[in-house]
Design a protein around this ligand. Sequence first.
Ligand code: GLA
Length: 731
Amino acid sequence: MKYSLPLLFLLLTTSIFSQSITTIPIETRDFALVLQTDQAERLGTVYFGKKLSNAGEYAGIFLQERHVDGNAGIYHSAYTPSGSWNLMEPALSITHADGHVSTELKYVSHRSEKLGEGIALTTVLLRDPVYATEVTLFYKTYARENTFEQWTTIKNGEKQAVTLEKYASANLFFTANDYWLRHYHGVWAHEMKPETTRLPFGIHTLDSKLGARANLFQPPTFILSFDEAASENSGKVLLANLGWSGNFKIDFEKDSYNGLRVIAGINPAASAYQLDAGKEFKTPSLIYTYSENGIGEASRNMHRWARNHRLMDGNGSRMTLLNNWEATYFDFDENKIVGLFAGAKKLGVDMFLLDDGWFANKYPRNGDAAGLGDWQENRKKLPSGIGYLVREATKAGIKFGIWVEPEMVNPKSELYEQHLDWVIREPQRPEHYFRNQLVLDLSNPEVQDHVFGVLDNIFTKNPEVAYVKWDCNAVIYNAFSPYLERKKLPQTQLYVDYVKGLYSVLDRLRAKYPKVPMMLCSGGGGRVDYEALRYFTEFWLSDDTDPLERVFIQWEYSYFYPMIASCNHITDWSKVGIKYRTDVAMMGKMGYDIVVDHLTPDELAFSQQAVKNYNSISDVVWHGDCYRLSDPWERPYASVLLVDAKKERAVSFNYVITNRFEFSYSTAPIKLEGLDPAKKYRVREINTYPGAPSTIDEKAEYSGQFLMNVGINPDMSLKRMSVILEINEVK
Ligand code: GLA
């Protein structure tokens, strides 16, 4: 009898697979990632998609594959080793103690355990049959949020140190007809610029090598859609974030069978890591969520996951604030600052945030070229110290917060003079600065103590300090660590040990100060990811506070991070009226960065009412589900809706983003989403400007069905450039 080649392959594999294959389904509420061993005990990914109701059927998935060449079986490896049989882009590359560079991984065992309601952990142990290398793959699933968190540990069982050349967090594998990737790039004040790319054959890479504030070049976030470019409400989509606040690399490798391998982790560039005998290396996590109903649902999964499981105090509340950065820059003294407290009180915000410029004496911090590192109050500007400011703020009925940038140093500082060996710099080369500063060597435990001490001193002396803005304004040039040299450790560990050092400081800080809210800032949006957000309650998206630009920046960040984490300030950066600026800032965590006394009476009255309005809708904005209704990249206006869990309240933010008369009118209604079709609602406009009453009929009642199928017109135009609508159930 003659068999065709594919059938022959199928028959062969069927008989072999019936011997001893292990199938490991890893499931969320609706989806499954399935791993399976082959006849040689190598582990592959055989499925990613809708969960099957009969889990027994997972075992047969791979039998449906009919590849006809010897390479086919290597593409779907669950964690690709390097230098042996698999010649694809590796997840793991090791130089063993004997100098050999070949690694193989075979399945040993696996187990699954329940960690909590809806949370499970599957671990899979792999071992090299020749070298004493053990790799454990961790898959943590959050069933309700359809979210996976994946990381890996690599253990060196050899008698001497090995070198990890590449050590990815995850090595995913997908099959589809086509792949579309939404990814981001940026520079200062132009963060989160999106691009959607149809993935070509070969490797497409996202990466950053900036060291600290790595996101300035590219953030470790992406949206991958399968078969066709997903839209808000349709398409198969994976939305992901690598939880690592340093150099990263994410490769998308499309193979000849249209399979896609995603290999994500710490960037191996100049980062070979020495792993001593008996030691284990834990990679950061790749967090991903999947939906077959478009980007909107995937994004809501991610928001829920973040609020419930990751973002610090994700289900809590946040403070509104007045910041003095754009109001004063470095030019202030204690009288001026205390004078601003009255403005904060007048506005009705919860807190005053003192920004950069309050410290250093020998080289006073009167500009960004001096003083960074010397964290003593500047005696000229603040003769009575921070304590006095805290007391005055309390008297004024507001809380007090403070800016720090503890990882950095100006060469013009006492810290630099006294601790040159704490500074990352190449002693043989001229120093190269980013914003006149250098980065401290956080691989050094003494430097970690220093950074911890900056915050600890502030809190010890002033326990009432209620908030911290933690900044990070420079990249790492001339990467050389005096500490690693002293310890005879490879310099290539610096980029990794820097981030580990940072997390270790943040761990200590959170152990001692578990509650104090902290903003993650990085000279604009240079650093945000889901590992850093374990420690921070919120983050600064960009120094660009022009509200028109912000509509786009906030829109893009909103795919990945919930509104409660997104710090938006009203500033004088643009000449656009205060209403538009305020309406944009309200779509997140609102703050002010203005001189309140410069407001006209109308502007002040509007702002006072806006703070009250914000307080009344903040619960929905912070904890509600987010629906993006009108995309400003495609239409002349943006519309975003937040809906509370009970579908009783919703808030819609609408912004015209053109000055062209012709396009500024919202001629058609905007369809809402996420409401209860059977409920009745009233729609009310809030944040109207004095003298410009609402044109929305507050008395009309609409069914949820009407609002979701017909929609409501916010009546936007050049005269009504921004409109906030509150949608309340009629009870
Ligand atoms: C960075 C921040 C700003 C401000 C300045 C202070 O640029 O992003 O908000 O704090 O530093 O120097």
